[in-house]
Design a protein around this ligand. Sequence first.
Ligand code: LRH
Ligand code: MN
Length: 424
Amino acid sequence: MLLESYKIASHNDSLLKGHENKLAFTRSEIAGTEEIIQKLVDFQIAIPSWALGTGGTRFGRFAGGGEPRSLEEKIEDVGLLHALNKASGAISLHIPWDIPTDPKAIRTLAAQHGLKFDAVNSNTFQDQADQEYTYKFGSLQNVNKAIRKQAIDHNIEVIKHGIELGSDSLTVWLSDGSCFPGQLNFRKAYQNTLESLQEIYAALPDDWKIFVEYKAFEPNFYSMTVGDWGQSLSYARKLGDKAYTLVDLGHHLPNANIEQIVSLLLMEEKLGGFHFNDSKYGDDDLTAGSVKPYQLFLIFNELVEGMDARGMNHAKDLGWMIDASHNVKDPLEDLLQSVEAIMIAYAQALSVDRKALEDAQENNDVVRAQEILQNAFRTDVRAIVAEARLRAGAALNPVALYRELKVRENLIAERGLKTVSTGL
Ligand code: LRH
Ligand code: MN
């Protein structure tokens, strides 16, 4: 569904007065508002192609209607999100859920919507109908060399799809592991996985990156062969300069200090990117910032501190991606909310008085340090996030405009109630 700019303009006109008042107040509260707004305009978050339909669990899936039936319709939906917030300028594909049959046409369609292709994702956690060997007991770790080769070949095929689309990175998430003590020789599983990743690494174009995504549990429930940041870092170091770790916020054991993990991986120059979402228990894939917004702020606080310490380009030097699954919300509204929450956390982190914080830390003034951080977290930055959208030609309130335009109703009218989108 194409969104005409005049509809955005009239929406913004109706909200402009209130917005300008809030922005004026926020300017009086935060130093360097102009620099922050420019950084927000440049900051783009990739949308997962597998999260444009209704997700489900083993207990059930309740379709919301109007879901994209093809890669083309997925690109249209991400294009609509990008038109509404001008902060979703990329789509991350998952192969084979989204095989681009005509890459040239797909690239053209994406470009028409102002979209690039972020990391491509391989899938050796499901068996495809035409597959010779099963991944029941793992893929790159598998005791059977032929099965490892099948998985390696798939990843190399995914790289080829990515090259045709102009992507420059591959995300490898392995469901490999074990469900019971004694089932797996950890040493051999690690070695098989490393050797397999080395064959995939060798197939990477010079300017590409490979992201090794770790996960503490599920679908294996005793061990995961890439189970935490340390194991992912271990593989990434052994693979080489093009290999990095990928932090999915939902892939940690309860109470893990993710912001400290992020700080360390940045220092190690092995942090590749993120899968943003939120969770209360496991890999719940909920809306970013919907359960632990302070944690999301603390993660961006470490990102700003660590990236500035290395002179990194905030917008370009890391992979910013969402990975979510929507069981009860409209997928597009949920994604708009996730992008908003990420932008708010980033803006709050940019508004931290770094000099004062460093001074407090150097003087062990714990109370002052906390006051400085919590002041930033408790400062309402929504007006400057909205101002960044306004300057980029997007909507002041994307979710409100999405509803005003009855987008879901139109998609259901166009696509039907029962359409199912490939993905989770
Ligand atoms: C695994 C994961 C991974 C994707 C999948 C869709 O939990 O986070 O990033 O491949 O979700
Ligand atoms: Mn993920």
